[in-house]
Design a protein around this ligand. Sequence first.
Ligand code: SF4
Length: 98
Amino acid sequence: METNQSSWRINASCRDADPDGLFVRGAEQNRAKAVCMGCPVRTECLAEALDGRINFGVWGGMTERERRALLRRRPDVVSWAELLEAAKRDAEERVEVG
Ligand code: SF4
């Protein structure tokens, strides 16, 4: 069953890519991260990986190692989905105000 939480997947830039491409190591991770940089659902993807403590692959432009470091730095965050969504809204408002 499709949940609201994962309905963003339909707009994923990597949707038609080889899934193995996101579960790579070393320098190849930079190539995977580059795909994420232009992805319209990067925030949702990253939030799902952080909230779900997914510890493999590149999600939302971050490797598992980078996500682990972020989770260690911010143990206070209860919902990454809410935090990242709020940050995204703030950034969009700043652009509108100019
Ligand atoms: S952010 Fe990256 S891993 Fe996540 S959906 Fe977009 S392209 Fe795929």
